[in-house]
Structures are given as C-alpha cells and as structure tokens.
Design a protein around this ligand. Structure first.
Ligand code: BES
Ligand code: MN
Ligand code: ZN
Length: 487
C-alpha cells in the first residue's frame, strides 16, 4: 500500500483526484467548511433520515454530480478523539474496500488540526480493514484492488501527518506479519517455520538472526525449555534476532516471545473444545517478529533483540509427566505438576539466556494463562512488572498505540503457592485462583537483576467466535515502546 498526504487544492474535496473519497464526519452537528456539493448531500441525507451523525453510521453515494471521485462514502464518528477516528476509518474502509477503487482519499470534516497520530491511525485502520487470512484458504476472496491511500490535509499539517503515516504503515505491516504467523495452522507454522521466517526477515531488514537447535540448547543447559519440546517429533528452535540501530555500547531492549506452535496441554491434556485455538500459542513470538520488522523498517536508532523459544507441547511416550523435575538454565529445579503450564517452562530459560546481552530492559510477551482472559477479557493485555517506571512506559505506549494494557499485581504472597517438596519450585500453584499472577511470579524468579516486565496476551492476541483469528497485538504497543527508547 502506498500512503501519502494530499492537499485539497483550490477546488476542495469535490475536485480531488481519487477513485474513492471517504469523509469522516466528526461531531453530532453538520460540519462547517465542507465543500459543495458534499455539504448539501450530507445535509439532505440527515434531513431525510438516511444518515445520522452518530458514531459508526455510514452513507455511500456513487457518481455524485459535481464530485470528481466516483465513489463517496461518509462515516460518522462521535467525537474527534483519534481512537474514535480510527474506528470510524475501519468502518468506512469496509464500505469501500470491495469496490473498484484503486486510490482512496480520506478527509476529516469538522475535526481539529491533523497530526502524526491521525496519519498513524489511518495507516493502522487500512491494515486492519484490509487484512484477510488467505494462506490455506484458496476460496477466500481476492485482495482488494486498493493500493494507494492518502490523508487530505493542510500544507501546515503535511510533515506531521506524513511522519505518522510512515510509522503507522510500519506498525501495520508488523501486525500483519504477526497475524499471518499466528493464524497459520500448527502443521504449517512449526518451530522450523518460525525460524525460517526469522531468517527471511533478517535478510530483508538487515537483522542478525541466529537459530539454535536442540543440541545447542542442551549445551546451554536449557533443561526446562527442552523438557517441553521432548514430547514432540517437531524439533525445537531457539531464535535470536538482533536489530542494531544504535551504537554497539548501547544496551539493547530485549523482547522474549512465547513460541508454542501448538499447545495440546501435554499429558495434562486440554479438553477438545476450542483446542484448535492453541495454534495461536505462539502469538508472543509472532509479536516479537512483527515488532522487529516495524522497528527495522523505520530504521530506528535503537538496539533491539528478539528471543523466541519455540516448540510444540504434545503428549507422547517421551513427554514430561506430572511430578517430573527438570533443571532450568538458571540452575533452579522445577517440579512440573501440570504439563499444560508449559509457557513459563520455555520462557524461564529464555529469560536466563537474555542476561548475556546486559539488556536495558527485558519484556516477555506470552499467551500465558486462561486466567488472564478471565481477568481482563480481550481488550487489555495484562502487564506485570516490579518496576514502576518500566510499567508506566509500557502502559503509556499502549495508550498511544491504541493497544492498551492494564497493570496487574506481583505481591510476594502470590508466589508462596509455588512451593514444592521436591524441587526449588513447582510450575503451578495449588489452586487456580489468581493464575495469571502466579504465572508471572514464576517468571519473576528467573529475572535476577534484570529490569523486566511481562505481558500476558492470552486475551488480546486473538479473537474467538465468528471473527476468530489473530489480532496482531501487541505489535503496536511494543513498537511504540521501543521507538520511545530510540535516540
Ligand atoms: N496457552 C495456554 C494459555 C491460554 C489459555 C491462552 C487460553 C489462551 C487462551 C497455557 O499454556 C495454559 O495452558 N495455561 C494453563 C495454566 C494452568 C495449567 C496453570 C491455563 O491457563 O489453564
Ligand atoms: Mn498450556
Ligand atoms: Zn500454552
């Protein structure tokens, strides 16, 4: 997609050169300053009861006399907040994307000055509205013809809007990559596939990508990660991808993504209902790849390292059993009381591995617990960190990116449940209560002196029901976070 800014010119919106025009109408009153005959059309539609100035309402008109663009759509948005505009743009794009238009111009009527946030919102909305999973579905409708989108703005707004479009485009591409990976079925998206994706990304965007195999991980003593992998015939991979945008001496941001390409639960097997959704259990890994792509595409002056432990969690003759004790890379032993609490088992070794990079901060991203979905639903990611400043940074990044998180507690009391008579700790608590926090407390034991935060994206990374599929989150949050740490 080609994103640009467009000046309205002397003839106004009516004379705009575009195949389609989307007018986002802000507020609950007819906007002043809208060019004729668009203003008249809008007023008449409202008067006739065919259009309401209420959030989400749309109106389509074809070949309006006096308007150069053959397709015109209006979409109302309650207020002028960027979040509302973005939502309205997605709705409006839904109306126009299936048509014959190749170049779309988007104008905002009745709002205030346009800036970077508006450009970013438009690019994000286009990514969201146009995405469709096609990879294993030949019968899916073909991609829309739309290939250029512009935001109509004033001369004084051009620089900021263009910068926002660029950022939004990179984030949208990163989120799309994450969605593509996470939507891909477990028999296609294997650890080997994820490693190949990382290598490919490395070639395209100048990342250094290293892929460790089972033997390499054995040498490193990753007994916890490998214990999850041992139940599957699919070989595990440990992916390390580095973007060096800043000086060598600059401490990197490290992102660690859970890459369980399918989670059956192992011997503590999951119920059959909705088990298919466990192909998304590499959503954390996918978001790390997506963020690397976005950050590298923008050429950000920051050092970023993505670490992805990836394997399948399967039952089988060689699989771990409840009661088994394994030794993590940190030397701490773990009694595996529930083989379905596998995410923490692969992440703990990755967190230990991260120490070697002397990171500025480490953030792990994982579809870690069903309990987090119970607590927060699908809207906000769960954020856990003992570091108030880091937590505040991540929360702010989420708000800016319209990819919000919510801070959860990490009191020591929650960790008491992890006591074991047979190892340094158990991998689950004695009850289900507060399961998302207990899981985070487990991870915390492997973070030593690191500045660390954990994002539980079990709810935010995908939608269930009719719109079942990956969301690409939290690529927007992570990208904002990493960019805010760039020089
Ligand atoms: N991948 C799941 C968590 C999950 C569940 C993500 C539902 C998305 C939707 C994780 O590996 C898991 O199975 N967690 C268990 C932990 C329990 C055994 C302590 C859970 O949440 O039930
Ligand atoms: Mn599990
Ligand atoms: Zn899992």
């Amino acid at each position: 997609m080609d994103f640009k800014t467009q000046l309205a010119g002397a003839g106004g919106l009516a004379a705009l050169a575009a195949d389609a025009l989307l007018v986002v109408v802000v507020g609950d009153a007819l906007p002043g300053g809208l060019d004729q005959p668009l203003a008249e059309l809008l007023a008449a539609a409202v008067k006739d009861g065919d259009f309401e100035l209420k959030s989400g309402k749309t109106l389509y008109a074809h070949r309006v006399a006096g308007v150069k663009a053959p397709r015109v759509a209006f979409v109302a948005t309650g207020d002028g907040a960027v979040k509302s505009l973005r939502k309205a743009m997605v709705t409006g794009l839904g109306l126009l994307k299936g048509g014959g238009g190749k170049q779309l111009a988007v104008a905002v009527a009745g709002g205030g000055e346009l800036g970077a946030a508006h450009g970013e919102a438009l690019a994000g909305a286009v990514g969201e509205a146009l995405y469709l999973y096609r990879e294993t579905k030949p019968s899916a409708p073909p991609a829309p013809r739309l290939h250029a989108v512009s935001l109509v703005c004033a001369k004084t707004e051009v620089a900021a809007v263009a910068a926002g479009l660029k950022r939004g485009e990179a984030i949208a591409a990163g989120a799309t990559l994450a969605r593509e990976c996470a939507n891909r079925p477990g028999n296609h998206c294997t650890p080997t596939y994820l490693a190949a994706q990382a290598k490919k990304l490395g070639k395209e965007y100048g990342l250094k990508v290293e892929v460790l195999d089972r033997k390499d991980c054995e040498k490193l003593g990753m007994g916890s990660f490998l214990s999850v992998a041992q139940g599957s015939d699919e070989p595990p991979r440990f992916i390390v991808a580095r973007w060096q945008g800043a000086g060598k001496a600059d401490a990197p941001v490290v992102l660690v993504g859970k890459g369980i390409t399918f989670d059956t639960g192992g011997i503590s097997i999951k119920p059959a209902a909705a088990m298919d959704e466990m192909k998304f259990d590499m959503g954390g890994a996918a978001s790390v790849l997506g963020t690397l792509r976005a950050v590298a595409q923008l050429g950000a002056k920051v050092n970023l390292i993505g670490i992805i432990p990836t394997c399948e969690n399967m039952p089988g003759g060689r699989a771990i059993k409840p009661g088994d004790v394994v030794t993590s890379m940190s030397g701490q032993t773990i009694e595996i009381l529930n083989t379905d609490a596998e995410g923490r088992l692969i992440l703990c070794d990755a967190l230990t591995y991260a120490e070697r990079f002397k990171p500025a901060v480490v953030v792990d991203i994982a579809t870690l617990t069903g309990a987090c979905v119970v607590a927060l639903g699908h809207h906000r990611s769960g954020l856990f960190s003992p570091d108030d400043a880091l937590a505040a940074e991540l929360l702010a990044a989420g708000e800016q990116a319209h990819d919000p998180a919510w801070r959860m507690p990490l009191d020591d009391e929650y960790g008491e449940e992890l006591k074991s008579n047979f190892a340094d700790m158990a991998n689950v608590g004695s009850s289900r209560d507060g399961g998302a926090v207990v899981a985070a407390m487990f991870l915390k034991r492997f973070t030593g002196k690191l500045r660390w935060a954990h994002l539980d994206i079990a709810g935010s990374a995908w939608n269930s029901g009719k719109a079942k599929g990956a969301t690409g989150r939290p690529v927007p949050l992570l990208t904002h976070f990493v960019l805010s740490r760039a020089q």
